[in-house]
Design a protein around this ligand. Structure first.
Ligand SMILES: [Zn+2]
Length: 486
């Protein structure tokens, strides 16, 4: 796993942006007040960049009358209505957790094959990852569509409480509608669909593994959709859908003994319970945006045997990776303290990371305008936190992209109610909005060279600011001085 790597060359664009940093800009970008304050200069530069791009006029022009776009979005809508909503319902009712999504992948791959795509299932060493290239692709621009299909791991078994089940059908509708248009009109461009497994699981972080093995190389833009309670408008900047995450496994080792003579053993269950208490104990000394949650995946085998092995699995989250490092270190210490107090030992395994991505206004604002145009509901007009096209993490820090999130449920993510909405009118409506908006943005990207240039210019500039942003954050997150006891 790695975090962002930024080329020196991209920093050159920073100088060009700084030159126009005189226009007043709205204080947007970043998730917390501390981040905004610490990175004030970076955020100001970002705002000036956004202003200089003239995004509102660009969006107004692109969303105006366009017969070609209307044909493409009508085709996406028709595919959803006649085949793909039903496909989504089918996948919803046959849930498969991450890296076991064989049935779902076969359904998507077979449909893509029937619509002229060459599909390779099993890429980057992941059996349920796939790449589908349209057979009549014709050079650049290269349009990528990411689809997911894994279900959540629930106590009642797998369930699609995050509606990944219809992400595939949405992406297929947009991909086929645009691919057919490019071919029909002899417009240069290529469409590729990427099937990315196990979004709700790590390790491995599937998209990062796929990115590292070059699966997304050459893409000029990547789009993706995701379920939501609201139709959201992401701000440009550095961010993720769900914060930066460290996945950490804590394995406690004790010694077994009879329950009646427990002094002959060391209790690993007591250790893991202490660990949870210790984590609760440090919460008030953590910044309020921190989110720490764990589950005990092994808790012992029988009440009359002192458990000699327990395992807890934690996701430690924070909006930025700089403070996250401090937070994760405190959680690790809480585990060590629990082991020390109980005479057990702990092994700490930081097994996965999700890191900052990049969100840009040229894509975000256009996508938001199209979602509204196609009838999205529960629209939140204020720009929210930046979303590096959501959970794609490292991919979104290297390739410009956008996640579409129109309202698809009246319930929060990861609930049985959101599952129910996946096959209900509210879900079907939102999915159809997403498919049309996705098709429209891909169409605009393929057919307007000046729009592509603006996307690239903004992306390179934001990317170039990331190192400066991280350096500023390091200055504010100083550790308190804790003196030796006298
Ligand atoms: Zn999800």
């Amino acid at each position: 796993m790695r975090s962002l790597r930024l080329p020196i060359a991209s920093r050159r664009s920073l100088i060009a942006i700084a030159a126009v940093a005189l226009l007043p800009g709205p204080a947007r970008g970043q998730e917390t007040e501390t981040e905004r304050a610490a990175a004030r200069d970076v955020v100001r530069t970002l705002d000036s960049l956004e202003q200089s791009l003239g995004i509102p006029a660009m969006v107004a022009k692109l969303t105006g009358p366009d017969a070609g776009r209307d044909a493409v979005t009508a085709r996406a809508r028709q595919l959803m209505a006649t085949e793909l909503l039903a496909m989504g319902d089918d996948i919803t009712t046959h849930p498969e957790i991450g890296f076991t999504e064989h049935r779902s992948v076969k359904i998507l791959a077979d449909w893509l094959t029937r619509h002229g795509f060459d599909v390779t299932v099993g890429v980057a060493g992941l059996p349920t990852a796939f790449v589908a290239r349209y057979g009549r692709n014709d050079g650049a621009p290269n349009l990528g569509v990411i689809v997911e299909y894994d279900a959540l791991r629930g106590t009642r078994g797998a369930f699609h409480g995050d509606q990944h089940s219809t992400q595939g059908p949405i992406g297929l509708a947009a991909a086929v509608a645009v691919a057919e248009y490019l071919t029909r009109t002899h417009t240069p461009g290529s469409v590729t669909v990427f099937g990315t497994p196990g979004e709700e699981m790590m390790p491995p972080v599937a998209k990062t593994v796929m990115n590292d093995s070059g699966v997304f190389r050459g893409m000029d833009v990547i789009v993706r959709s995701h379920s939501s309670m609201v139709t959201s408008r992401p701000a440009p900047g550095f961010g993720t859908c769900c914060m930066n995450i460290d996945g950490v496994k804590y394995t406690f080792s004790g010694a077994p003994a009879h329950q009646l003579t427990a002094w002959n053993g060391r209790n690993a269950l007591t250790a893991v319970i202490h660990f949870f208490d210790n984590v609760d104990g440090i919460r008030s000394n953590l910044r309020p945006e921190a989110r720490i949650q764990g589950v005990i995946v092994e808790g012992g085998a029988a009440p009359n045997v002192v458990p000699d092995r327990t395992v807890a699995d934690f996701y430690v989250r924070y909006p930025d990776e700089v403070y996250l490092a401090q937070e994760a270190a405190m959680v690790d210490d809480a585990a060590r303290a629990a082991a020390l107090a109980t005479g057990t030992k702990v092994k700490i395994d930081h097994y996965g990371q999700l890191r900052d991505g990049i969100g840009i206004g040229t894509l975000g604002e256009l996508g938001f305008a199209y979602m509204k145009k196609f009838g999205a509901t529960n629209v939140q007009p204020e720009p929210g936190k930046p979303q590096g096209f959501e959970e794609t993490g490292s991919v979104s820090s290297e390739i410009p992209g956008l996640g579409f999130t129109s309202q698809t449920s009246s319930a929060p993510n990861h609930t049985y109610e959101m599952l129910a909405d996946a096959t209900a009118p509210i879900g079907h409506h939102g999915f159809t909005v997403d498919a049309q908006a996705m098709a429209a943005v891909l169409y605009d990207f393929a057919t307007h060279a000046e729009y592509r240039a603006a996307v690239k210019k903004e992306f390179d500039a934001v990317r170039g600011l990331h190192d400066r942003y991280t350096d500023e954050l390091k200055k504010v997150y100083t550790l308190p001085r804790v003196p030796d006891p006298q």
